[in-house]
Write a protein that binds this ligand. Structure first.
Ligand SMILES: [Zn+2]
Length: 199
């Protein structure tokens, strides 16, 4: 709760002291002109300034978009993919509170969190602890994990099925590092494939 969160990319770091953010120092992100800012999950919760908004997809009620207002970091959004085999959280948000946990539990909880690339690493370990699940990250991106935890699963396969095949994560390459050994991942769900591959 008191570990440092980068205000620009939203990633929680394994430290309570200010330092630079490797993700923001990288050319694919940036450090704000006024310099890097830091917060903690406890500080965000105590501010009572933030809340997470849930919005079902207009074409598929089994896909629920979640984002934080006011905007945190780069305005990440996560997708709760609801299937008969359980729910999968695609990508993750920095802000988490009891209201969010309760709302998601009423939707069936989270069986697994799968994150496409390091700009969504956020506070995923807190989410994993809250829902008792694992966080699946591409093994190729492991150098960008600013806080490691037992809940992390670094997977190497080009694709992986989740929830008895209801959701398939596919490494397609692109946005992050944009080379084959550093792919991002996209998902498709069954029975209706979703063209939500991140690039
Ligand atoms: Zn950062």
């Amino acid at each position: 709760m008191d570990l440092m969160i980068c205000g620009m990319c939203g990633a929680q770091h394994d430290t309570r002291a200010f330092k630079s953010c490797k993700i923001c120092d990288d050319p694919r992100q940036y450090v704000p002109p006024d310099g890097q800012t830091w917060t903690t999950l406890r500080e965000m919760q105590r501010s009572k300034k933030y809340s997470n908004v849930f919005a079902p997809d207009k074409y598929d009620s089994g896909v629920i978009s979640i984002h934080t207002t006011p905007q945190v970091a780069i305005g990440q959004r996560a997708l709760l993919l609801c299937t008969e085999g359980g729910n999968l959280l695609w990508d993750c948000l920095t802000y988490l509170d009891d209201v969010t946990v309760q709302a998601i539990n009423e939707l069936g909880g989270i069986a697994a969190i799968v994150i496409s690339h390091p700009h969504y690493y956020s506070t995923a370990l807190h989410w994993a602890a809250a829902f008792g699940c694992k966080v699946y990250l591409s093994a190729e991106d492991c150098e960008w994990i600013m806080r490691r935890g037992d809940a992390h699963v670094l997977w190497e396969e080009p694709r992986m099925d989740f929830l008895d095949g209801q959701v398939t994560a596919v490494k397609v390459g692109g946005h992050y590092r944009a080379v084959l050994r550093e792919p991002t991942i996209g998902f498709c769900s069954s029975p209706r494939p979703l063209e939500a591959f991140k690039r």
